[in-house]
Design a protein around this ligand. Structure first.
Ligand code: HEM
Ligand code: NAG
Ligand code: NAG
Ligand code: NAG
Ligand code: NAG
Ligand code: NAG
Ligand code: NAG
Ligand code: NAG
Ligand code: NAG
Length: 330
């Protein structure tokens, strides 16, 4: 096998570094993007969410989930916000979102408030990223400097939403692969799964664990038997498939690290939650233990992983557009 000489290796390396640099500088978000054009945008977003939380303690959870489901499908480009029309098949109607994703009305309220102060300036994709941060910090979680400068897509990808967003019935290795596909690693997976420290899930998304796990005729063996009894009351056999359980039964509306201590006592709600701790030999176990014993470590990692997720393939520069109504292309 012919080895490359030192000079050609150098030239090749410089070329790739240059290409990477060019790519990054092309798509670089920053925290000061609106500092001249809409300096108060964070406060406006936060203010609307604070109001909404008064009547709906779940709304913060619903909003951060929209950002996640947006970013995993062709990047953080507000594609999830587009409504169905004659030709466009919306992501809202994709399997992970239909009768599940919520908070679109509050996103519209935020957009209206932002447009009143700074018309035509702030993208819907950036509004989702800002709303995610406000939702976490207003619920007791960390704050971070949200990177901005995303633009909005002119299309949606329903097929992509069906296949790219992880499902609660998937194995840890399948879910890890979906994170890897968007450039996120297992630290990001465990930290971001910690968002299940607030919000709710419908019985249909975990009840097979209560009665007939993987066709075994028995409950999921990795489910705490005391917790199992509680969940069976919330989700009786043949009961409503849309009844809700708290993702974190201890502090349902607070952003803290109890999600991770729940996993240590086999009290994760979704199969995908418990797998992080109960998959034999998994590298995620020690990360769960770290976050369970050290809330600061969780908060720091969570903030960094939210930035990592928010950096997935943004539209920048002259790509895409600034939608004036988040529900439709201009
Ligand atoms: C790791 C793979 C993940 C899976 C399989 C998953 C799955 C789910 C499911 C099935 C629900 C319940 C939906 C419903 O009942 O309608 C849910 C809710 C939620 N998810 Fe995830 N999720 C994952 C990761 C994430 C990430 C990365 C975030 C955010 C950073 C997140 C944030 C949330 C929140 C806050 C809720 C509650 C929403 C509400 O109450 O409206 N999830 N998730
Ligand atoms: C932020 O990004 C925008 C667009 O790329 C650029 O014009 C601006 O100079 C950047 N600001 C900083 C502080 O890097
Ligand atoms: C910024 O927005 C908040 C929330 O809407 C408002 O209370 C505050 O007065 C605004 N500040 C400025 C300088 O416009
Ligand atoms: C639906 O939305 C697409 C994408 O924005 C647009 O090209 C098309 O004209 C719209 N169709 C209708 C019937 O409004
Ligand atoms: C996405 O999944 C939904 C629900 O399963 C299905 O109705 C729809 O046809 C799928 N869309 C595409 C484009 O595959
Ligand atoms: C994992 O992904 C493979 C390939 O897509 C699929 O065949 C399998 O059913 C998935 N397993 C689970 C448990 O989701
Ligand atoms: C559990 O599910 C399997 C596969 O779907 C089914 O064959 C079996 O009858 C179910 N068992 C019970 C007890 O419902
Ligand atoms: C649930 O429905 C099935 C089929 O209709 C029935 O066989 C079963 O006895 C019911 N279980 C309970 C607990 O009501
Ligand atoms: C089940 O949960 C209880 C707390 O409700 C805890 O004391 C116990 O250790 C847990 N059992 C297992 C096997 O994790």
């Amino acid at each position: 096998m012919k080895t490359l000489s030192f000079p050609s290796l150098f030239v090749l390396t410089s070329f790739f570094l240059g290409a990477i640099q060019l790519h990054v500088s092309n798509a670089q978000l920053n925290a000061t993007f609106y500092s001249n054009t809409c300096p108060n945008v964070s406060a406006i977003v936060q203010n609307v969410i604070q109001q909404a939380l008064q009547s709906d303690p779940r709304i913060g959870a619903s909003l951060i989930r929209l950002h996640f489901h947006d970013c995993f499908v062709d990047g953080c480009d507000a594609s999830i916000l587009l409504d169905n029309n004659g030709t466009l098949r919306s992501e809202k109607d994709a399997a992970p979102n239909t009768n599940s994703a919520r908070g679109f009305d509050v996103v519209d309220k935020i957009k209206t408030a932002v447009e009143n102060s700074c018309p035509g300036i702030v993208s819907c994709a950036d509004i989702l990223a800002l709303a995610a941060e406000s939702s976490v910090s207003l619920s007791g979680g960390p704050s971070w400097n949200v990177l901005l400068g995303r633009r909005d897509s002119k299309t949606a990808n329903q097929a992509g939403a069906n296949t790219s967003i992880p499902a609660p019935f998937e194995s840890l290795s399948n879910i890890t692969a979906k994170f890897t596909a968007v450039g996120l690693n297992i630290n990001d997976l465990v930290a971001l799964s910690g968002a299940h420290t607030f919000g709710r899930a419908q019985c249909r998304l975990f009840s097979s664990r209560l009665y007939n796990f993987s066709g075994s005729g028995n409950p999921d063996p990795s489910l705490n038997t005391t917790y199992l009894a509680t969940l069976r009351q919330i989700c009786p056999q043949n009961g409503s498939t849309t009844a809700l359980a708290n993702l974190d039964f201890t502090t349902p509306n607070t952003f803290d690290n109890n999600y991770f201590s729940n996993l240590q006592t086999n009290q994760g709600l979704l199969q995908s939650d418990q797998e992080l701790f109960s998959t034999p030999g998994a590298a995620t176990i020690s990360i769960v233990n770290t976050f369970s014993s050290n809330q600061n470590a969780f908060f720091q990692s969570f903030a960094q992983s939210m930035i990592n997720m928010g950096n997935i393939s943004p539209l920048t520069g002259t790509n895409g557009e600034i939608r004036s109504d988040c529900k439709k292309v201009n």
